[in-house]
Ligand binder design. Sequence first.
Ligand code: ADP
Ligand code: MG
Length: 447
Amino acid sequence: METPLQFKDLGLDNRLLKNVKHYGFKQATEIQQKAIPLSIAGKDLLASSKTGSGKTLAFVLPMLHKSLKSKAFSAKDPRGLILAPTRELAKQVYGELRTMLGGMSYEAVLIVGGENFNDQVKALRRYPKFIVATPGRLADHLEHRSLFLDGLETLILDEADRMLDLGFEPQLRRIHRAAKHRRRQTLMFSATLDHAEVNDIAMEMLNQPKRIAVGVSNEQHQDITQRFYLCDHLDHKEAILNRILESESYRQIIIFTATRADTERLTEKMNQQKLKAVALSGELNQNQRNTIMSQFERGVFKILVTTDVASRGLDISTVTHVINFDMPKHTEEYVHRIGRTGRAGSKGDAISLVGPKDWDSFKRIEAFLARTITFSVFEGLTGKFKGIAPKKALKGKPVNKKTPLRQTKKPEKKKAPQRDKGFYQNTPVGDAVFIPRKKPVSQDDDS
Ligand code: ADP
Ligand code: MG
Protein backbone atom coordinates (compact mmCIF):
# COMPACT_ATOMS: atom_id res chain seq x y z
CA MET A 1 0.00 0.00 0.00
CA GLU A 2 1.09 3.52 -0.73
CA THR A 3 2.30 5.55 2.23
CA PRO A 4 -0.54 7.93 2.95
CA LEU A 5 0.33 11.51 2.29
CA GLN A 6 0.90 13.96 5.04
CA PHE A 7 0.18 17.66 4.69
CA LYS A 8 3.88 18.41 4.53
CA ASP A 9 4.18 16.31 1.36
CA LEU A 10 1.63 18.34 -0.55
CA GLY A 11 3.85 21.25 -1.45
CA LEU A 12 2.08 23.80 0.73
CA ASP A 13 3.66 26.98 2.05
CA ASN A 14 5.20 26.60 5.51
CA ARG A 15 2.97 29.23 7.06
CA LEU A 16 -0.03 27.16 6.08
CA LEU A 17 1.56 23.96 7.35
CA LYS A 18 2.10 25.65 10.67
CA ASN A 19 -1.59 26.53 10.90
CA VAL A 20 -2.65 23.03 9.90
CA LYS A 21 -0.37 21.66 12.58
CA HIS A 22 -2.09 23.90 15.06
CA TYR A 23 -5.26 21.87 14.42
CA GLY A 24 -3.31 18.71 15.13
CA PHE A 25 -3.79 17.35 11.61
CA LYS A 26 -0.91 15.50 10.02
CA GLN A 27 -2.42 13.07 7.65
CA ALA A 28 -4.25 14.64 4.73
CA THR A 29 -7.56 13.04 3.82
CA GLU A 30 -7.91 11.45 0.42
CA ILE A 31 -9.71 14.40 -1.14
CA GLN A 32 -7.05 16.72 0.25
CA GLN A 33 -4.26 14.54 -1.14
CA LYS A 34 -5.83 14.63 -4.55
CA ALA A 35 -7.23 18.14 -4.76
CA ILE A 36 -4.43 20.18 -3.20
CA PRO A 37 -1.59 19.30 -5.62
CA LEU A 38 -3.83 19.66 -8.68
CA SER A 39 -5.12 22.96 -7.46
CA ILE A 40 -1.62 24.23 -6.70
CA ALA A 41 -0.75 23.26 -10.26
CA GLY A 42 -3.44 25.72 -11.36
CA LYS A 43 -6.10 23.30 -12.54
CA ASP A 44 -9.80 23.92 -12.31
CA LEU A 45 -11.51 21.19 -10.29
CA LEU A 46 -14.84 19.45 -10.15
CA ALA A 47 -14.37 17.50 -6.96
CA SER A 48 -16.56 15.26 -4.87
CA SER A 49 -16.01 13.16 -1.79
CA LYS A 50 -18.20 11.99 1.02
CA THR A 51 -19.53 14.22 3.79
CA GLY A 52 -17.09 14.95 6.59
CA SER A 53 -14.01 14.10 4.53
CA GLY A 54 -12.27 17.47 4.82
CA LYS A 55 -13.29 19.24 1.63
CA THR A 56 -13.03 22.68 3.21
CA LEU A 57 -9.29 22.50 3.74
CA ALA A 58 -8.97 20.87 0.34
CA PHE A 59 -9.98 24.18 -1.23
CA VAL A 60 -8.99 26.74 1.42
CA LEU A 61 -5.35 25.65 1.57
CA PRO A 62 -4.50 25.82 -2.15
CA MET A 63 -6.38 29.13 -2.46
CA LEU A 64 -4.21 30.64 0.28
CA HIS A 65 -1.08 28.98 -0.99
CA LYS A 66 -1.52 30.61 -4.36
CA SER A 67 -1.96 34.03 -2.80
CA LEU A 68 1.15 33.58 -0.70
CA LYS A 69 3.20 32.53 -3.70
CA SER A 70 2.11 35.04 -6.31
CA LYS A 71 1.55 38.71 -6.77
CA ALA A 72 -2.02 39.99 -6.70
CA PHE A 73 -3.65 40.85 -10.03
CA SER A 74 -5.16 43.94 -8.48
CA ALA A 75 -4.58 45.92 -5.30
CA LYS A 76 -8.24 46.29 -4.43
CA ASP A 77 -10.14 43.29 -5.65
CA PRO A 78 -10.42 40.16 -3.55
CA ARG A 79 -8.03 37.39 -4.47
CA GLY A 80 -10.22 34.54 -3.37
CA LEU A 81 -14.01 34.15 -3.16
CA ILE A 82 -15.74 31.17 -1.62
CA LEU A 83 -19.48 30.74 -2.20
CA ALA A 84 -21.68 28.53 -0.05
CA PRO A 85 -25.44 27.88 -0.18
CA THR A 86 -26.44 28.80 3.37
CA ARG A 87 -25.40 31.44 5.84
CA GLU A 88 -24.57 28.84 8.44
CA LEU A 89 -22.23 27.00 6.13
CA ALA A 90 -20.63 30.22 4.89
CA LYS A 91 -19.98 31.18 8.48
CA GLN A 92 -18.35 27.89 9.24
CA VAL A 93 -16.15 27.96 6.16
CA TYR A 94 -15.20 31.50 7.11
CA GLY A 95 -14.13 30.28 10.54
CA GLU A 96 -11.90 27.66 8.98
CA LEU A 97 -10.45 30.22 6.59
CA ARG A 98 -9.67 32.55 9.50
CA THR A 99 -7.84 29.80 11.33
CA MET A 100 -5.74 29.09 8.27
CA LEU A 101 -4.97 32.82 7.94
CA GLY A 102 -3.51 32.87 11.43
CA GLY A 103 -0.23 34.80 11.59
CA MET A 104 -0.75 36.39 8.18
CA SER A 105 -1.80 39.94 7.49
CA TYR A 106 -4.58 39.13 5.03
CA GLU A 107 -8.05 40.37 5.73
CA ALA A 108 -11.10 38.24 5.14
CA VAL A 109 -14.81 39.03 5.38
CA LEU A 110 -18.05 37.14 5.55
CA ILE A 111 -20.81 38.48 3.31
CA VAL A 112 -24.17 36.79 3.84
CA GLY A 113 -27.82 37.70 3.60
CA GLY A 114 -29.77 38.83 6.64
CA GLU A 115 -27.01 41.11 7.87
CA ASN A 116 -26.69 44.83 7.50
CA PHE A 117 -25.93 45.72 3.90
CA ASN A 118 -24.18 49.00 4.66
CA ASP A 119 -21.90 47.44 7.23
CA GLN A 120 -20.90 45.01 4.53
CA VAL A 121 -20.28 47.85 2.11
CA LYS A 122 -17.95 49.40 4.67
CA ALA A 123 -16.13 46.12 5.20
CA LEU A 124 -15.72 45.71 1.45
CA ARG A 125 -14.21 49.20 1.18
CA ARG A 126 -11.31 47.97 3.22
CA TYR A 127 -10.53 45.69 0.26
CA PRO A 128 -10.39 42.32 1.98
CA LYS A 129 -8.29 39.74 0.19
CA PHE A 130 -10.70 36.89 0.83
CA ILE A 131 -14.46 36.73 0.91
CA VAL A 132 -16.78 33.95 1.97
CA ALA A 133 -20.32 34.63 0.84
CA THR A 134 -23.75 33.36 -0.04
CA PRO A 135 -24.37 34.00 -3.74
CA GLY A 136 -27.47 36.19 -3.47
CA ARG A 137 -25.96 38.80 -1.22
CA LEU A 138 -22.69 38.81 -3.10
CA ALA A 139 -24.52 39.40 -6.36
CA ASP A 140 -26.37 42.29 -4.69
CA HIS A 141 -23.03 43.86 -3.85
CA LEU A 142 -21.92 43.49 -7.44
CA GLU A 143 -25.07 45.31 -8.55
CA HIS A 144 -24.42 47.97 -5.98
CA ARG A 145 -20.82 48.17 -7.16
CA SER A 146 -19.51 47.75 -3.66
CA LEU A 147 -16.98 45.30 -4.99
CA PHE A 148 -15.39 44.24 -8.24
CA LEU A 149 -14.09 40.87 -9.15
CA ASP A 150 -11.82 41.67 -12.08
CA GLY A 151 -8.79 40.73 -10.04
CA LEU A 152 -10.23 37.54 -8.60
CA GLU A 153 -7.72 34.71 -8.70
CA THR A 154 -9.66 31.83 -7.18
CA LEU A 155 -13.41 31.25 -7.22
CA ILE A 156 -14.67 28.37 -5.11
CA LEU A 157 -18.17 26.92 -5.09
CA ASP A 158 -18.81 24.79 -2.04
CA GLU A 159 -21.92 22.59 -2.27
CA ALA A 160 -22.33 23.78 -5.82
CA ASP A 161 -25.29 21.51 -6.51
CA ARG A 162 -27.21 22.92 -3.58
CA MET A 163 -26.72 26.47 -4.78
CA LEU A 164 -28.33 25.42 -8.04
CA ASP A 165 -31.17 23.65 -6.23
CA LEU A 166 -31.86 26.84 -4.33
CA GLY A 167 -32.19 28.75 -7.58
CA PHE A 168 -28.94 30.67 -7.38
CA GLU A 169 -28.02 29.96 -10.96
CA PRO A 170 -28.53 33.58 -12.14
CA GLN A 171 -26.42 34.88 -9.26
CA LEU A 172 -23.69 32.36 -9.96
CA ARG A 173 -23.68 33.43 -13.60
CA ARG A 174 -23.55 37.07 -12.56
CA ILE A 175 -20.56 36.42 -10.32
CA HIS A 176 -18.89 34.35 -13.01
CA ARG A 177 -19.28 37.17 -15.53
CA ALA A 178 -17.88 39.72 -13.12
CA ALA A 179 -14.75 37.66 -12.71
CA LYS A 180 -14.40 36.40 -16.21
CA HIS A 181 -10.80 36.49 -17.19
CA ARG A 182 -8.40 33.86 -18.34
CA ARG A 183 -6.30 33.60 -15.23
CA ARG A 184 -9.12 32.84 -12.86
CA GLN A 185 -9.05 29.41 -11.28
CA THR A 186 -12.37 27.83 -10.31
CA LEU A 187 -13.00 24.95 -7.94
CA MET A 188 -16.32 23.19 -7.36
CA PHE A 189 -16.85 20.86 -4.43
CA SER A 190 -19.68 18.78 -3.03
CA ALA A 191 -20.48 15.32 -1.74
CA THR A 192 -22.97 15.00 -4.56
CA LEU A 193 -22.07 16.42 -7.92
CA ASP A 194 -23.63 14.00 -10.29
CA HIS A 195 -26.67 15.76 -11.60
CA ALA A 196 -26.91 17.22 -15.04
CA GLU A 197 -27.48 20.83 -14.00
CA VAL A 198 -24.15 20.85 -12.20
CA ASN A 199 -22.50 19.63 -15.34
CA ASP A 200 -24.03 22.40 -17.40
CA ILE A 201 -22.87 25.18 -15.16
CA ALA A 202 -19.53 23.48 -14.61
CA MET A 203 -18.94 23.43 -18.36
CA GLU A 204 -19.60 27.13 -18.39
CA MET A 205 -17.66 28.20 -15.36
CA LEU A 206 -14.75 25.79 -15.33
CA ASN A 207 -11.86 25.70 -17.73
CA GLN A 208 -10.93 22.13 -18.72
CA PRO A 209 -11.55 20.91 -15.19
CA LYS A 210 -9.93 17.89 -13.63
CA ARG A 211 -12.54 15.65 -12.14
CA ILE A 212 -11.87 14.14 -8.77
CA ALA A 213 -14.36 11.74 -7.26
CA VAL A 214 -13.32 10.02 -4.09
CA GLY A 215 -15.79 7.19 -3.81
CA VAL A 216 -19.26 7.58 -5.25
CA SER A 217 -22.05 9.50 -3.63
CA ASN A 218 -24.30 6.52 -3.02
CA GLU A 219 -21.55 4.47 -1.48
CA GLN A 220 -22.34 3.49 2.06
CA HIS A 221 -20.65 5.80 4.55
CA GLN A 222 -18.65 3.45 6.76
CA ASP A 223 -18.93 5.62 9.85
CA ILE A 224 -22.68 6.17 9.71
CA THR A 225 -25.09 3.44 10.76
CA GLN A 226 -28.40 3.86 8.98
CA ARG A 227 -31.69 2.61 10.37
CA PHE A 228 -35.24 2.96 9.08
CA TYR A 229 -38.55 2.62 10.92
CA LEU A 230 -41.98 2.30 9.37
CA CYS A 231 -44.59 4.63 10.81
CA ASP A 232 -48.35 4.80 10.46
CA HIS A 233 -48.96 8.48 11.11
CA LEU A 234 -47.71 11.52 12.94
CA ASP A 235 -48.50 10.21 16.43
CA HIS A 236 -46.72 7.00 15.66
CA LYS A 237 -43.71 8.95 14.43
CA GLU A 238 -43.68 10.91 17.65
CA ALA A 239 -43.90 7.75 19.72
CA ILE A 240 -40.93 6.30 17.85
CA LEU A 241 -39.04 9.54 18.22
CA ASN A 242 -39.64 9.44 21.95
CA ARG A 243 -38.40 5.90 22.11
CA ILE A 244 -35.25 6.87 20.24
CA LEU A 245 -34.62 9.73 22.61
CA GLU A 246 -35.13 7.44 25.61
CA SER A 247 -33.11 4.52 24.40
CA GLU A 248 -30.18 5.94 22.46
CA SER A 249 -27.17 7.33 24.17
CA TYR A 250 -26.49 10.48 22.27
CA ARG A 251 -24.41 13.59 22.69
CA GLN A 252 -26.21 15.80 20.23
CA ILE A 253 -28.94 15.18 17.70
CA ILE A 254 -30.15 16.97 14.62
CA ILE A 255 -33.76 16.23 13.71
CA PHE A 256 -34.96 17.10 10.21
CA THR A 257 -38.64 17.74 9.52
CA ALA A 258 -40.47 18.59 6.33
CA THR A 259 -42.35 21.55 7.69
CA ARG A 260 -41.64 24.52 9.88
CA ALA A 261 -44.80 23.78 11.81
CA ASP A 262 -43.45 20.39 12.82
CA THR A 263 -40.11 21.90 13.72
CA GLU A 264 -41.79 24.21 16.21
CA ARG A 265 -44.21 21.64 17.53
CA LEU A 266 -41.63 18.91 18.14
CA THR A 267 -39.27 21.34 19.79
CA GLU A 268 -41.96 22.49 22.16
CA LYS A 269 -42.88 18.93 23.08
CA MET A 270 -39.31 17.93 23.71
CA ASN A 271 -38.75 20.96 25.86
CA GLN A 272 -41.76 20.03 27.94
CA GLN A 273 -39.84 16.84 28.59
CA LYS A 274 -36.77 18.92 29.50
CA LEU A 275 -34.77 17.60 26.59
CA LYS A 276 -33.06 20.89 25.71
CA ALA A 277 -34.20 21.23 22.15
CA VAL A 278 -34.10 24.24 19.88
CA ALA A 279 -35.71 24.97 16.53
CA LEU A 280 -33.81 26.49 13.63
CA SER A 281 -35.76 27.76 10.67
CA GLY A 282 -35.11 30.13 7.83
CA GLU A 283 -37.88 32.36 9.16
CA LEU A 284 -35.76 33.55 12.05
CA ASN A 285 -33.67 36.62 11.62
CA GLN A 286 -29.97 36.25 11.17
CA ASN A 287 -29.09 37.15 14.74
CA GLN A 288 -31.43 34.51 16.06
CA ARG A 289 -30.03 31.96 13.64
CA ASN A 290 -26.47 32.78 14.67
CA THR A 291 -27.31 32.58 18.35
CA ILE A 292 -29.00 29.22 17.98
CA MET A 293 -26.17 27.72 15.98
CA SER A 294 -23.51 28.93 18.35
CA GLN A 295 -25.48 27.71 21.37
CA PHE A 296 -25.95 24.34 19.74
CA GLU A 297 -22.26 24.16 18.94
CA ARG A 298 -21.41 24.96 22.53
CA GLY A 299 -23.71 22.21 23.74
CA VAL A 300 -26.27 24.51 25.37
CA PHE A 301 -28.87 22.54 23.43
CA LYS A 302 -28.76 18.82 22.89
CA ILE A 303 -31.23 18.67 20.05
CA LEU A 304 -31.51 20.87 16.98
CA VAL A 305 -34.78 20.57 15.09
CA THR A 306 -34.67 21.99 11.62
CA THR A 307 -35.62 21.77 7.98
CA ASP A 308 -33.09 21.39 5.21
CA VAL A 309 -31.62 24.78 6.13
CA ALA A 310 -29.02 22.85 8.12
CA SER A 311 -28.57 19.83 5.91
CA ARG A 312 -25.47 20.98 4.11
CA GLY A 313 -21.92 21.25 5.19
CA LEU A 314 -22.32 21.96 8.89
CA ASP A 315 -19.55 20.34 10.83
CA ILE A 316 -20.26 19.71 14.50
CA SER A 317 -18.25 16.79 15.74
CA THR A 318 -20.48 16.10 18.74
CA VAL A 319 -23.52 15.29 16.62
CA THR A 320 -23.89 11.57 17.20
CA HIS A 321 -27.36 11.17 15.70
CA VAL A 322 -29.34 12.47 12.78
CA ILE A 323 -33.05 11.75 12.69
CA ASN A 324 -35.15 12.17 9.58
CA PHE A 325 -38.54 12.75 11.14
CA ASP A 326 -39.69 13.10 7.54
CA MET A 327 -37.81 11.85 4.53
CA PRO A 328 -36.19 14.46 2.32
CA LYS A 329 -37.62 14.90 -1.16
CA HIS A 330 -34.32 14.75 -2.98
CA THR A 331 -32.02 11.81 -2.57
CA GLU A 332 -28.91 13.96 -2.43
CA GLU A 333 -30.38 15.74 0.54
CA TYR A 334 -30.55 12.41 2.35
CA VAL A 335 -26.81 11.96 1.83
CA HIS A 336 -26.12 15.46 3.14
CA ARG A 337 -28.47 15.27 6.10
CA ILE A 338 -27.05 12.02 7.43
CA GLY A 339 -23.60 13.42 6.76
CA ARG A 340 -24.07 15.84 9.67
CA THR A 341 -22.88 12.94 11.79
CA GLY A 342 -19.93 10.60 11.35
CA ARG A 343 -17.60 13.51 10.68
CA ALA A 344 -13.83 13.12 10.26
CA GLY A 345 -13.72 9.49 11.28
CA SER A 346 -16.11 9.60 14.24
CA LYS A 347 -19.14 7.30 14.31
CA GLY A 348 -22.74 8.33 13.89
CA ASP A 349 -26.27 7.01 13.68
CA ALA A 350 -28.81 8.07 11.09
CA ILE A 351 -32.39 7.12 11.82
CA SER A 352 -35.22 7.68 9.35
CA LEU A 353 -38.95 7.51 9.97
CA VAL A 354 -40.88 6.36 6.96
CA GLY A 355 -44.62 6.95 6.90
CA PRO A 356 -47.09 6.62 4.02
CA LYS A 357 -46.30 10.15 2.93
CA ASP A 358 -42.60 9.44 2.88
CA TRP A 359 -42.91 6.29 0.84
CA ASP A 360 -42.09 7.72 -2.58
CA SER A 361 -39.09 9.57 -1.23
CA PHE A 362 -38.01 6.47 0.63
CA LYS A 363 -38.18 4.32 -2.51
CA ARG A 364 -36.09 6.83 -4.41
CA ILE A 365 -33.52 6.87 -1.63
CA GLU A 366 -33.47 3.08 -1.51
CA ALA A 367 -32.91 2.95 -5.26
CA PHE A 368 -30.22 5.60 -5.02
CA LEU A 369 -28.42 3.74 -2.24
CA ALA A 370 -28.66 0.63 -4.41
CA ARG A 371 -29.30 -1.69 -1.57
CA THR A 372 -32.23 -3.40 0.03
CA ILE A 373 -33.26 -1.66 3.19
CA THR A 374 -34.51 -3.72 6.07
CA PHE A 375 -36.72 -1.91 8.54
CA SER A 376 -35.99 -1.93 12.23
CA VAL A 377 -38.71 -2.17 14.87
CA PHE A 378 -39.08 -1.03 18.44
CA GLU A 379 -40.81 -3.45 20.72
CA GLY A 380 -44.40 -2.46 21.27
CA LEU A 381 -44.25 0.13 18.52
CA THR A 382 -44.83 -1.96 15.43
CA GLY A 383 -47.35 -0.29 13.21
CA LYS A 384 -49.65 -1.37 10.46
CA PHE A 385 -48.02 0.39 7.58
CA LYS A 386 -45.76 -1.92 5.65
CA GLY A 387 -45.05 0.14 2.59
CA ILE A 388 -46.97 0.74 -0.58
CA ALA A 389 -46.91 -1.84 -3.30
CA PRO A 390 -45.77 -0.60 -6.69
CA LYS A 391 -48.63 0.85 -8.72
CA LYS A 392 -48.47 -1.80 -11.41
CA ALA A 393 -49.39 -4.46 -8.90
CA LEU A 394 -52.44 -2.48 -7.91
CA LYS A 395 -53.84 -2.09 -11.37
CA GLY A 396 -55.55 -4.67 -13.55
CA LYS A 397 -55.25 -7.99 -11.82
CA PRO A 398 -56.53 -8.39 -8.32
CA VAL A 399 -54.11 -7.14 -5.74
CA ASN A 400 -51.78 -9.78 -4.56
CA LYS A 401 -51.99 -9.52 -0.84
CA LYS A 402 -48.56 -10.99 -0.50
CA THR A 403 -46.86 -8.46 -2.69
CA PRO A 404 -43.31 -8.96 -1.55
CA LEU A 405 -42.36 -6.04 0.57
CA ARG A 406 -39.07 -7.27 1.84
CA GLN A 407 -39.22 -6.12 5.36
CA THR A 408 -42.57 -7.51 6.37
CA LYS A 409 -42.08 -10.15 8.97
CA LYS A 410 -45.74 -10.91 9.43
CA PRO A 411 -47.83 -11.28 6.31
CA GLU A 412 -49.76 -8.16 5.54
CA LYS A 413 -53.33 -8.33 6.67
CA LYS A 414 -54.77 -5.02 5.70
CA LYS A 415 -54.41 -2.98 2.59
CA ALA A 416 -51.84 -0.25 2.90
CA PRO A 417 -53.46 3.05 3.92
CA GLN A 418 -54.34 5.51 1.19
CA ARG A 419 -51.67 8.00 0.52
CA ASP A 420 -52.62 11.36 1.86
CA LYS A 421 -51.49 13.56 -0.95
CA GLY A 422 -52.57 16.68 0.85
CA PHE A 423 -49.99 16.22 3.54
CA TYR A 424 -47.22 18.11 1.84
CA GLN A 425 -49.44 20.44 -0.11
CA ASN A 426 -51.53 21.78 2.73
CA THR A 427 -48.88 22.45 5.28
CA PRO A 428 -46.57 25.42 5.25
CA VAL A 429 -43.30 24.15 3.90
CA GLY A 430 -39.89 24.31 5.47
CA ASP A 431 -36.96 26.30 4.26
CA ALA A 432 -35.46 24.80 1.22
CA VAL A 433 -37.13 21.46 0.99
CA PHE A 434 -39.79 22.26 -1.47
CA ILE A 435 -38.34 25.12 -3.39
CA PRO A 436 -38.58 23.83 -6.91
CA ARG A 437 -35.33 23.54 -8.74
CA LYS A 438 -34.15 26.42 -10.83
CA LYS A 439 -36.76 28.83 -9.58
CA PRO A 440 -35.12 32.00 -8.37
CA VAL A 441 -35.50 32.66 -4.69
CA SER A 442 -36.16 36.06 -3.24
CA GLN A 443 -33.05 38.12 -2.80
CA ASP A 444 -33.11 38.16 0.93
CA ASP A 445 -33.89 34.55 1.61
CA ASP A 446 -30.75 32.58 2.19
CA SER A 447 -28.74 34.88 0.05
P1 ADP B 1 -16.68 18.10 4.25
O1 ADP B 1 -16.71 19.48 3.70
O2 ADP B 1 -15.99 17.11 3.36
O3 ADP B 1 -18.02 17.60 4.68
P2 ADP B 1 -15.19 19.36 6.38
O4 ADP B 1 -14.24 20.13 5.56
O5 ADP B 1 -16.30 20.09 7.03
O6 ADP B 1 -15.79 18.12 5.57
O7 ADP B 1 -14.33 18.57 7.47
C1 ADP B 1 -14.91 17.70 8.40
C2 ADP B 1 -14.08 17.70 9.68
O8 ADP B 1 -12.84 17.06 9.47
C3 ADP B 1 -13.77 19.08 10.18
O9 ADP B 1 -13.99 19.13 11.57
C4 ADP B 1 -12.32 19.26 9.86
O10 ADP B 1 -11.70 20.13 10.77
C5 ADP B 1 -11.79 17.85 9.98
N1 ADP B 1 -10.60 17.58 9.13
C6 ADP B 1 -10.30 18.16 7.96
N2 ADP B 1 -9.15 17.68 7.47
C7 ADP B 1 -8.70 16.77 8.35
C8 ADP B 1 -7.54 15.92 8.40
N3 ADP B 1 -6.64 15.91 7.42
N4 ADP B 1 -7.40 15.11 9.46
C9 ADP B 1 -8.33 15.09 10.44
N5 ADP B 1 -9.44 15.87 10.46
C10 ADP B 1 -9.63 16.70 9.43
MG1 MG C 1 -18.14 20.90 3.33
